[in-house]
Design a protein around this ligand. Structure first.
Ligand SMILES: C[S@@+](CC[C@H](N)C(=O)[O-])C[C@H]1O[C@@H](n2cnc3c(N)ncnc32)[C@H](O)[C@@H]1O
Length: 433
């Protein structure tokens, strides 16, 4: 019996086979060796979503087409894994982006309607801020001079993309987690374009997939990148991180993958949450896969003013950002429950957590349907964690990732303090799918 490389026969009795499946989805056909006729194969693949591993009973029916004893050979089975299709150059593939609003709405309702344990502050989903309009405002914010993180990452990529590309295997598929949006009226340099330009010049055939929740931003980015690249296929994946994770898990294992986490996407959380999140991506990785992760290594203790300025030098832009988030929340609630003027925007730098956090306080009783949020009710929205290089190394170790190289921003302050923004090239060599 011919089985694909992701299958093993673990039990065979008469014409019944138990087959172990090492990958998630298969198309299946069985062909009788003599008659070349397709046979009926009732296969019920068992799929453990997380481990992508399971066993399944395969009832292989002996041919009923020919009773001639010379023809009583086992039919051969061709099992072809169904892998994720790489979208075509210049396109955006919907991998769940169009039905994501329900889960964001559920999390929003939980903040507004659930009861919260004393001493805890509910957290509004960041996804409310990153809709099509919100991401355009965010693009304005990150290109203000005080928002050093963007300038640092651009500088690191501009200086080191040639060296970084030496680590990138031929035929790679890059998935840019939370790719964001860049309006060319702010800059003509995209972070990632530095790297793509090197790959393009090397005529290295590769694929760049921007993953994000805003379809408009994806479309804008991909429309911009497509004419610039012939050797690098550029396309978008419209969906959230969970959908991205499943989609990526089903990529052909022969294709090496590079997960890009620019703008601190993967490390921007409290220690345990960030490590748990890193582990989810690390668990997918095969030996040739890599993560290239940017992380803001400025610490609250050493860079208070610089960090504060990044989030407070342009209150008008942030006001637009929040206002758009409230408007999107109301759209999902179907009623204008959240009004800008009812909420005071507060912020602080927390030394113990190592983060900047925004939080909102109701300045009067706020009715949400039958429920009233009392004056003084607080929710958090949009915190920014800072982890220096030592932290990043420890977090990676906990997540089972090795850091193979780090590049730092060419900042004069580097001489004074330990580490500023950095890009880390991470990899793990376990868990083959
Ligand atoms: C801090 S920005 C980083 C943007 C970009 N990588 C950069 O370096 O500037 C976070 C990005 O993640 C996206 N995002 C937020 N929540 C997401 C989710 N649940 N799934 C996928 N993308 C998400 C946002 O739309 C935004 O583009």
């Amino acid at each position: 019996m011919a089985l694909g490389r992701h299958m093993r026969v673990i039990e065979s009795k008469n014409s019944r086979y138990k087959v172990k499946i090492f990958c998630r989805f298969y198309s299946m056909s069985a062909i009788h060796p003599q008659t070349s006729q397709h046979l009926s194969l009732p296969l019920l693949p068992y799929c453990n979503k997380h481990k992508l591993l399971g066993s399944s009973k395969l009832n292989l029916l002996k041919s009923t087409h020919n009773s001639d004893p010379h023809h009583r050979h086992e039919p051969s089975i061709i099992m072809t894994p169904i892998y994720s299709n790489i979208p075509a150059h210049g396109t955006v593939l919907d991998i769940g982006g169009s039905d994501m609003s329900t889960s964001v709405r559920d999390r929003l309702l939980a903040v507004l309607l659930d009861s919260h344990a004393p001493g805890t502050t509910p957290v509004m989903p960041d996804e409310l801020l990153y809709n099509d309009k919100g991401l355009a405002i965010w693009a304005e914010i990150i290109f203000t001079p005080e928002f050093y993180q963007t300038a640092d990452e651009i500088a690191i990529l501009a200086r080191n993309s040639t060296e970084i590309s030496d680590y990138i295997p031929q035929g790679v598929t890059m998935v840019d987690l939370g790719a964001g949006y860049v309006d060319h009226s702010f800059t003509d340099l995209r972070k990632v374009e530095n790297l793509l330009a090197v790959l393009e010049k090397r005529r290295s055939s590769s694929t760049y997939l921007a993953l994000d929740i805003s379809r408009v931003s994806l479309k804008t980015n991909i429309d911009m990148l497509t004419p610039m690249h012939k050797n690098v296929t550029c396309a978008g994946l419209w969906g959230d991180f969970n959908r991205g994770l499943s989609w990526v898990a089903d990529l052909d294992p022969a294709i090496p993958r590079l997960f890009l986490s620019l703008g601190s996407v993967l490390f921007n959380d409290s220690w345990d949450t960030a490590v748990a999140n890193l582990k989810r991506w690390a668990s997918l990785m095969r030996p040739q896969d890599l993560i290239l992760a940017g992380m803001d290594g400025h610490t609250i203790q050493n860079h208070r003013e610089k960090i504060w300025a990044a989030y407070h030098a342009h209150p008008d832009l942030y006001a637009k950002f929040w206002s758009n988030g409230f408007a999107y929340a109301n759209e999902l609630l179907g009623e204008e429950y959240l009004r800008d003027e009812d909420w005071e925007c507060c912020a602080e730098l927390e030394d113990h957590e190592g983060r900047h956090r925004f939080f909102f306080k109701a300045n009067k009783d706020v009715a949400i349907g039958d429920k009233t949020l009392p004056k003084g009710f607080e929710f958090e929205w949009f915190d920014s964690h800072k982890h220096d290089e030592e932290d990043v190394l420890k977090m990676c170790e906990e997540a089972g990732l090795s850091v193979i190289k780090s590049w730092h921003a060419p900042d004069s302050e580097m001489r004074k303090s330990s580490v500023l923004s950095a890009l880390h090239c991470l990899f793990t060599g376990s868990n083959e799918c």
